[in-house]
Design a protein around this ligand. Structure first.
Ligand SMILES: Nc1ncnc2c1ncn2[C@@H]1O[C@H](COP(=O)(O)OP(=O)(O)OP(=O)(O)O)[C@@H](O)[C@H]1O
Length: 446
């Protein structure tokens, strides 16, 4: 789905835009009024909307606001504005519009922006079912497809937060089995662990007033996910080994073995070889569970997945809040790609979710992500070793300069928009730029 919705009442402008889109191979449907476009936008899918603000009847901005109220997810809106509509355009950005272009605008820039938006939307919708787009995750997906129909035991290894449970669930989904039962072995209470895993008969111990099926039985026919298996106490490891070998459980206090046909997926972030060397993990169990091993690389070793996962989480947040997903400013995307992610995908997910809740604007800056309330550049400057000879005033001025420069860069040098973002007047921003020696670049406007 890469069709564009163009809303423009001016016949010359509309025709030239429609022609240019056609020349560029972008399929566009042209509407002369917001009313006509509204009907199409509620019934048909569009990859993006290019919309004039001033239209006869319903205006472009009212159309956007109306649709926002009744549709949980809207295609990205790019507004075409006259100079007088600039402050309205800034408000629309805050409400979730993707961008705006001031007339007369550079058609090449508009085409590039539309391509950018349509391209990433298409790329994203195709990829939504994937685990990542890196080569490493490609290989994991290929392995999953191959082992899904078999009932082999699978060991998933990787640092904490790399997505081991996500992978176990994907394998389960691909296998077509039911049900999926997950147990965190590190959280098992030692005295109850055996009964939890293998079940117990009535009267097996004080308090066992009823017979209880353990997780192996509960997962019969499906998948049993044993997370943090590296942390399982040694006596329990011996019992687990027996169950895996015999493919049958004996409930605590019971005698008869109960056959089980459960695919067992185990996961750990522990260095099992080291734990074997330390006498904390059974070597025979290791060989038994290590039939198929899936190694999930840490996020810092598959950086291609970072912006892709970030987009997934942004769109999840957008769907949850029933609005247009937040976007990443280019510097925010770069900062994400540079970060080393010790907490892996979990850290990335939490960071994005927190930023979506607390950020004021629809476009997330690096500061929104890494240090809400304090600009990332200011933070960087503040954590840099200060020049010993610098006075406090010089040091603060350098933080202020870096922060303003980075916000100007985010907003393509537009002084009016940047002043809005910084929460100061345009005049005050000019004065600060002059005082701090920040020069306007030729590309700047506004
Ligand atoms: N490929 C992925 N796509 C989308 N979300 C992911 C992916 N990988 C991980 N996540 C998210 O990251 C978080 C951590 O994932 P998960 O619990 O599977 O990691 P884990 O390796 O099992 O962690 P731990 O070792 O701490 O148990 C979850 O919120 C999960 O939804």
């Amino acid at each position: 789905m890469s069709r564009l919705c163009l809303v423009e009442d001016d016949p010359i402008m509309g025709e030239s835009l429609a022609d240019r889109f056609a020349l560029e191979g972008i399929e566009a449907q042209w509407f002369r009024s917001a009313e006509e476009a509204e009907t199409a936008l509620v019934t048909e899918p569009f990859a993006a909307v290019v919309c004039d603000i001033r239209l006869p009847g319903l205006s472009g901005d009212r159309l956007f606001e109306q649709l926002r109220r009744c549709r949980p997810v809207l295609p990205p809106f790019i507004f075409i504005t006259g100079f007088g509509d600039l402050s309205r355009a800034v408000e629309l950005l805050k409400l979730g519009a993707a961008d705006y272009m001031t007339k007369p605008f550079d058609l090449d820039r508009l085409i590039a922006r539309v391509r950018d938006i349509i391209g990433s939307a298409a790329e994203h919708s195709e990829d939504r079912d994937r685990l990542g787009i890196s080569k490493a995750m490609d290989r994991v997906e290929q392995m999953l497809a191959r082992i899904a129909p078999l009932d082999t035991t699978v060991l998933v290894r990787g640092e904490t937060g790399t997505g081991k449970e996500v992978i176990a669930r994907r394998l389960h989904q691909l296998s077509g089995r039911e049900p999926f039962v997950a147990v965190n072995c590190a959280a098992l209470v030692e005295t109850l662990a055996e009964s939890e895993l293998f079940g117990h008969e009535r009267g097996a111990f004080t308090g066992a007033t009823q017979a209880h099926a353990g997780v192996f039985e509960q997962a019969n026919g499906g998948t049993l996910f044993l997370d943090e298996v590296g942390d399982m106490p040694l006596p329990l490891q011996a019992k687990l080994l027996r169950v895996l070998q015999e493919r049958a459980v004996v409930r605590v206090g019971g005698r008869a073995p109960i056959p089980i046909s459960t695919r067992v997926v185990l996961a750990t972030h522990q260095d099992l070889e080291q734990r074997i060397a330390d006498g904390r993990f059974r070597e025979d169990l290791f060989f038994r569970i290590n039939v198929v091993e899936l190694k999930i690389p840490p996020l810092r070793e598959r950086r291609a997945d970072i912006p892709w996962l970030a987009r997934c989480f942004l769109s999840d947040c957008g769907e949850r809040r029933g609005g247009v997903p937040h976007r990443l400013a280019p510097e925010a995307k770069e900062a994400l790609c540079r970060h080393d992610w010790p907490g892996n995908v979990r850290e990335l997910r939490h960071m994005i979710e927190r930023a979506c809740i607390f950020a004021d604007a629809e476009q997330l800056s690096a500061a929104d992500l890494f240090e809400p309330g304090l600009g990332a550049d200011a933070l960087e400057a503040a954590t840099e070793e200060p020049d010993q000879a610098a006075t406090l005033d010089n040091y603060l001025a350098s933080c202020e300069r870096r922060y303003i420069e980075s916000r100007l860069e985010d907003n393509a040098g537009r002084v009016t928009v940047t002043a809005e973002v910084l929460g100061i007047s345009r005049k005050s921003l000019w004065e600060r730029m002059k005082r701090l020696g920040i020069r306007k670049t030729p590309a700047e406007r506004g």
